[in-house]
Ligand binder design. Structure first.
Ligand code: PXL
Length: 276
């Protein structure tokens, strides 16, 4: 059996169902050996909790990398999410170049913005650094807001296919080899995902639920990477990740207390089923 080993680099938000606390269980459910490199430790995520703690772990990255190099540790893929500080970008590029096996893939979710705004703590300098990381990626997985920040295209809530084509074209011009653009909605009650892989264009449209949850970008990207590394085609991988994310949002809908994340755990069994 093909058993792949992946490294994911993103923060530990101790509470809040995002980043590593989401990526690790999802990637494990996808049957992948998942090594982690925490980019930062926060008491909670930054979207709605007040007074969160933040410890940047960038300074640990060079010595972790040199240890891995001395042990000849290699990965089939590296998948990055929320990083948290500008000086991590060069370290992350160095880690990917020294630990990816030949033919290994770099997946970058430029987790930094949503609904037209950057997350707290990020600024234009961070966006520039993220552009540099995206340039080197095999797959980037931005939402529409992140795509706008990366390309300088004006953010719009209502748009047509020409606008989405402009975004994907500009993202590819940055240097990313393939693009997965999430949250692409052309009609009321529907949303979807665009993929451009090796010049081929795909769109998977699905229901847009009335509620939205924090952390669904991380659920989506983790499930996409997991499905893709299971050998699914790009279209099947964007579809499986979307169906699974919708399942998690759906079961969270009626719970007003659960405002900080999506209940992705009870539907992990659906993801495993979709992968069969
Ligand atoms: O889900 C993205 C994310 C990840 N990590 C932290 C965040 C957020 C979104 O706000 O605050 C710390």
């Amino acid at each position: 059996m093909d058993y792949k080993r992946l490294l994911t680099i993103q923060d530990i938000s101790c509470v809040g169902q995002c980043s590593l606390t989401v990526a690790l269980p999802i990637l494990s459910a996808c049957g992948l050996e998942t090594a982690i490199l925490p980019s930062a430790v926060l008491s909670t995520h930054t979207a709605g909790f007040k007074g969160f703690t933040f410890r940047d772990l960038a300074d640990d990255m060079p010595s972790i990398l040199s240890h891995w190099v001395s042990e000849n540790i290699k990965f089939d893929a590296v998948y990055t999410g929320y990083l948290g500080s500008i000086n991590q970008i060069d370290y992350v590029l160095d880690i990917a170049s020294k630990t990816l096996k030949e033919g290994g893939k770099l997946f970058v979710d430029p987790a930094m913005a949503d609904n037209g705004k950057l997350y707290p703590i990020f600024n234009d300098e961070y966006v520039k650094a993220m552009v540099k990381l995206c340039k080197n990626a095999d797959y980037i997985i931005p939402n529409i807001t992140e795509a706008c920040f990366l390309t300088g295209v004006e953010y719009k809530e209502v748009y047509d296919k020409a606008y989405v084509d402009l975004l994907t074209k500009k993202l590819l011009e940055l240097g990313a080899k393939n693009v997965i653009l999430t949250g692409v909605s052309y009609k009321e009650g529907k949303t979807g995902v665009v993929a451009v892989e090796s010049g081929n264009y795909y769109y998977y449209e699905h229901d847009k639920l009335p509620n939205s949850c924090h952390g669904t970008g991380d659920i989506y990207s983790s499930a996409f990477v997991g499905a893709y590394l299971n050998g699914k085609s790009i279209y099947d991988a964007i579809k499986i990740a979307a169906d699974y994310t919708v399942d998690a949002i759906r079961i969270t809908a009626d719970d007003k207390e659960h405002w900080y994340g999506a209940k992705f755990e009870p539907v992990l069994k659906n993801l495993i089923e979709y992968l069969k």
